[in-house]
Design a protein around this ligand. Sequence first.
Ligand code: NAD
Length: 686
Amino acid sequence: MSDVLDQITPDESTDAPKPAETAHWRREDRGGRITLWLDCEGTGTNVISEAVLRELDTLLDEAKQAQPDVLVIRSAKPGGFAAGADIDGFADLRGEGAVEMLKQGHAVLDKLAALPFPTVAVVHGATLGGGFELALACDHRIGVDGVKLGFPEIQLGLHPGLGGTFRLTRLIDPVAAMQMMLTGKSAHDRKAKKLGILDALVPERHVDAAIDAAAKGKLTHDNGGFKATALRTRAARSLAANRMRSESEKQAPRAHFPAPFALIDLWQDHGGDPQRMQSAEIASFAELLDSTTAQNLIRVFFLRRRLKSGAGEDDGIAHVHVIGAGAMGAEIAAWSAMQGKRVTIEDVKLAPLGDTIRRAAKIYEKKHLSGIDARDALDRLMPDPDGLGRARADLVIEAAPEKAELKESIYAELTNVMKPGAILATNTSSLRLADLVDAAPDPALFAGQHFFNPVSSMPLVEVVSHDLASDATLDRLAAFTAGIDRLPARVADYPGFLVNRVLAPYMMEAMVMLDEGHDKVAIDRAALAFGMPMGPVSLADQVGLDICLEVAGSLNAGLDVPVAETPEWLVKKVEAGETGKKAGKGLYDYGSEKPPKEPADRPDPAIIDRLILPMCNAAVECLRKGVVADAETADAAVIFGTGFAPFRGGPLHYAKVRGDVQEVLARLEKQHGPRFAPDPGWGDFG
Ligand code: NAD
């Protein structure tokens, strides 16, 4: 699309004032149409920053003077319309400063909304947050196939702040609009059209004709129909709002997660009056921005960016060969192919190779790939029963069962077969690389690439070093990870690496509590109330009790201070085949019981401390031992690898803010034993 822009020569034939100099927008005048192309300087992705809005303000004044037949706003970036507001621009703003900036932004979008000629946003790709709000301020929205519109603000502990709350609830069924804002879920092309967000959904080649239709008033939308009208009364909104509140309460309590409740209040109180809702939106957004929750979630946003940007770009990896097409190998292969890599995959059995293709097709559907993109990804993913890819790949990922001898025999077969310079990475989760490296064809080109299950929804990958791995190998693996849209965290070879080392005590302590007679549902619900995505009892079942035993065993063999001892009944359970969810029975009986999803109203703080503080302690230990370079990477890896309550900012950030973790651990040590002993690293950590 940028190529098209480069060919555009502005219309200089009139006496009109010279268009403003802009860094982020380009103006194109053709016939009676003015098109404002958003093309943020120095980046591949548009974000709606203060500068973008300031320039737009000037361009709108010019457009008003020019009186075109139609004003079109679209993006010059091939990837999408705009990824959202510029978070760097408002993260540090507080109180009056935030209100002032929001008011200025609103004034620009109000100016756009009030123009006396038709305005059209042509949206493609990601059209999120502030980008979506910009499109909502236009009279019409034309979507290009594949467009995705949504408000992810809730994930930052915020709600839309640039007019989204009152514009979307006026445009479509307000309940559907609220759902979008409360869940942060995007509406993909056809869904967005059906909801009435888009007036037209067309392939790129029909955009021009659709703009003409909009200019002539031939594109209409139905303003949310009967439901929208009915919900203009406060009484009707109150009913719907109460339902939304109880749904939100099930996800997280108001005290920890105020944004959904602020949004519901906003709509209930002012949903019938857009002007009031607009001022209330500004005040509410500014207040949320001040909350600890939003500040921690914004921090998590920056941590994600840090993990990603810390990786180089050049991985030199075009072809990946995966060995072992089980739960992990299949997903790694499918995901890498979806991200543009050429992938071959082998297994000792044929059936897993067929399953890999079926699983890939499912992942591509779930990720909303277009038919053509899914077909291309499947073309890149080649079952390779004879292992021909071993000699051609730039990266071989071994995802065979967790048995050292088996992995070593696979490595032996790769020696003198892999091409020079190719990397061998293992997906092992509990074996030490130091024990495997001797079997690797080239120790410098060997490292860990620890994906989490399922790869398609777990963003983190631990890139695991060992004494003999070369920096170039680790750099390339980190770049490869970022290149396939996962987040690389560099960690050292340590029992459980970083993430499992930190997570294991969470589950193992729950086993001890069960042994003491605590109720499993109460344990799980207390953890949910802290903000964990899954209680430790359910998580152990999900991971598999057999795997938990294995992990606990290997951790205890390698750590200075062991995690909780495994109760005898747990071993017996596993021997009896009750290995968790996959067996239909583990700590829960999946025939008759459902693990709780709702957080406890009044959780027992003692349970929470016993589950969470050992995670903080383990994170400090990893920091002290150099398993991870710094506290920020540790927090980020634990959040993205385990789902650790993001609004707490990570285990180390939580400990720092709370301030008394070391003392409480010392108390717990006295009560329950040495597994709680505060790590010597607390002194340095502070
Ligand atoms: P799995 O048992 O589901 O799959 C292993 C596959 O390897 C099977 O299809 C098997 O037929 C195949 N295989 C066995 N021997 C082989 C050989 N010599 N050559 C080629 N293929 C062979 O195992 P998984 O859960 O996918 O785990 C694979 C690796 O990933 C393990 O090291 C495990 O620790 C690690 N891991 C697993 C998870 C998880 O949650 N499952 C998470 C992270 C890492």
